[in-house]
Ligand binder design. Structure first.
Ligand code: GTP
Ligand code: SPV
Ligand code: MN
Length: 589
């Protein structure tokens, strides 16, 4: 036992009696204990040890083929009133869900060890941080939580002995039965129960379950916000660092933007990029009135395919030690890993993510699953911000929303003001990716990239954003929207993206400082093409004009789509957003 907190101990006793494990181990966070677990996992085949010279401390894990992504249709918000979960969540009455899941958890660990993992979301000692305890029967979960959060005895430093303010997470892989898979959240009880999965966002309960779904609800009650956002610092040649937070849906480029390598013209001038976070931000007004952000996580659970030295050097570098790879291919030549897009020459002697022999010369199937991931410690990242552990977080100059839109949305535009910016975020849409099960490439509304991650009624979440703006007043960051994914007639991306997104970030910061003009359009302020620096990249002026252009016909259709989407929220839709839709229509007329 690592704590005297009676609330923790009582809950643990209850969960032990429910799951009936044959052994209980408290995870203290010591390397000794973790090493023993690594060894056990290698012996049982749960982990494969990789080349110790090339990838020290790294392991490969394969999940079951039916368990490779978040399952949104089996994810529930369980609160008393259905209306409080809202139209974008699956709802279930809490006692009904507890009863159903209690039957599944009953005795589920009888031949297994139960691990109790205390963890902190956010830097130890930060007032913005929160404590969680995850109970699990999976060593993979323990070892991943060790990378993704701050685990062990230290976590309890953030929890007073009498406090009840910790999130109770219960996870069992059970039989990994997809028909009995549930990811259930009980926001009113600070509780998450997850069963029959052993994959990422379904089971690393500190991540999407706590740091977004439960935290968004806590934020509503406590006056702060949880957002699906990266946090990046942009240092200019004078050494000044400005921070930007950006929300893109899953697998739409957060990790990439957070770690981008500036194009050489900027590097040579002395510009630098610093990563604070790549997936989740907790936002709170600071003492000086500005909006501050912390990254509650301690590692990166990044998409592997497409990651290479050129597309994301820093992410790749982060995976070179103490990393767990999930569902990538095993390169048998040197016992390392491979995935599509890592290198131009696929290995000829490999094992694919399903565990079958794979030869890059003859293969017809993918070596790595499209949603295969690496769990890498943040401290490995060459461009990790010096403010990563800052207990106060970093002050934001700009907030950016974005998604994958082949047409309609320009490369970048600025909202007219905070309220309009909230509208821009609330009406985001994006083509679906492999990060969740279901069809890929379908356009869906994904407000603030939070569609699958809001722990209460999304209409109330919009309201929370408007309330925050009223508190921030003149200190509010400016709000922008970006789209790296406009395509040409042949379906190819027009904008080079990746490191070159720096060019757009700099326009954004210039706007924040009032250094550059813009065109006022029906949807917001769009750059003059001459203000986006395209020196050294393979894009013509005409192409740039094209991706900055706005097709009023498409936007009128967009307004129709927004109205349909908004109508779902009934009386929960803030008046301010109705007004913004009307304003947009007037400007388009
Ligand atoms: P989650 O971890 O699921 O939240 O994803 P993410 O938002 O962090 O996405 P990530 O940065 O991992 O990128 C996902 C995919 O988008 C990868 O295949 C990238 O190669 C691709 N991608 C990222 N940035 C760009 C870009 O600027 N342009 C293009 N065309 N593709 C990009
Ligand atoms: C996402 O899907 O947005 C992720 C991966 O970051 S997961 O942890 O599975 O949610
Ligand atoms: Mn994410």
């Amino acid at each position: 036992m690592l704590t005297k907190n009676e609330n923790v101990l009582k809950w643990v006793r209850e969960m032990v009696s429910l799951c009936n494990p044959n052994k209980v181990i408290w995870i203290d966070g010591s390397e000794e204990q973790l090493n023993e677990l690594r060894q056990q996992a290698v012996e049982s085949g749960e982990l494969i040890k990789l080349n110790e010279e090339k990838l020290p401390g790294c392991y490969l894990h394969r999940t079951k083929q039916n368990d490779v992504a978040r399952v949104e249709d089996r994810t529930f918000i369980c609160c008393e009133k259905e209306e409080d979960a809202g139209p974008t969540n699956n709802w279930c009455n809490p006692s009904e869900m507890y009863n159903k899941l209690r039957r599944l958890f009953d005795g589920v660990m009888k031949d297994r060890t139960m691990y109790i993992i205390p963890y902190s979301m956010g830097p130890i000692g930060s007032k913005m941080a929160k404590v969680g305890v995850e109970i699990t029967d999976s060593i993979y979960v323990v070892l991943n939580m060790n990378i993704m959060t701050r685990i062990g005895k230290v976590a309890f430093e953030n929890l007073d002995e009498s406090s009840n303010d910790f999130v109770r997470g219960l996870h069992s892989k059970a039989d990994i039965d997809p028909n009995n898979r549930y990811i259930a959240h009980f926001p009113q009880d600070n509780t998450i129960w997850s069963i029959n999965s052993a994959y990422g966002g379904n089971v690393l309960l500190g991540k999407k379950c706590f740091a977004l779904r439960i935290a968004s609800y806590q934020g509503k009650n406590e006056g702060w916000m949880a957002a699906h956002m990266l946090i990046v610092g942009i240092q200019n040649p004078k050494g000044e660092v400005k921070y930007v937070a950006a929300a893109f849906p899953s697998a739409c480029g957060k990790t990439n933007l957070a770690m981008l390598i500036p194009p050489s013209i900027y590097r040579n001038e002395g510009y630098k990029i610093w990563t604070v976070g790549d997936d989740i931000a907790w936002l709170r007004q600071g003492e000086d009135g500005r909006l501050y952000a912390i990254n509650p996580e301690n590692g990166f659970f990044g998409v592997a395919p497409g990651t290479n030295e050129h597309s994301n050097y820093n992410a790749l570098a982060s995976t070179k030690k103490n990393t767990i790879f999930t569902n990538v291919a095993l390169n048998l030549n040197d016992n390392t890993v491979w995935w599509e897009g890592l290198s131009e020459n696929p290995p000829e002697n490999a094992i694919d993510w399903k565990g079958n022999p794979w030869n890059g010369k003859t293969a017809t199937e993918k070596a790595a699953h499209p949603n295969s991931r690496f769990s890498a410690p943040a401290r490995n990242c060459p461009c990790l911000s010096s403010e990563f552990d800052n207990v106060k977080g970093v002050p934001l100059s700009a907030i950016v929303f974005g998604g994958r839109r082949a047409k309609t949305t320009p490369l970048v535009y600025e909202s007219f003001n905070w309220q309009h910016g909230v509208f821009v975020g609330a009406t985001m849409a994006s083509e679906t990716t492999a990060a969740a099960t279901g069809k890929v490439g379908v356009v869906r509304r994904d407000p603030m990239a939070m569609l699958p991650f809001c722990g209460y009624n999304m209409g109330d979440y919009f309201k929370q954003w408007i309330v925050m703006g009223n508190k921030l007043k003149n200190n509010a960051p400016k709000i922008f929207n970006v789209n790296w994914f406009r395509t040409n007639k042949d379906g190819q991306f027009i904008w080079p993206g990746y490191g070159d997104n720096m060019r757009v970030l700099l326009w954004i910061l210039d706007r924040c400082e009032g250094k550059v003009g813009a065109k006022e359009t029906a949807i917001g302020f769009v750059p003059n093409a001459s203000d986006i620096n395209i020196k050294g990249i393979d894009i013509t002026n005409n192409e740039l004009e094209e991706i900055l252009s706005i097709d009023k016909g498409l936007w009128k259709e967009e307004a129709e789509g927004i109205e349909v989407f908004f109508s779902k929220f009934k009386n929960k839709l803030p008046e301010e957003l109705k007004q913004e839709l009307e304003n947009l229509r007037k400007r388009l007329a």
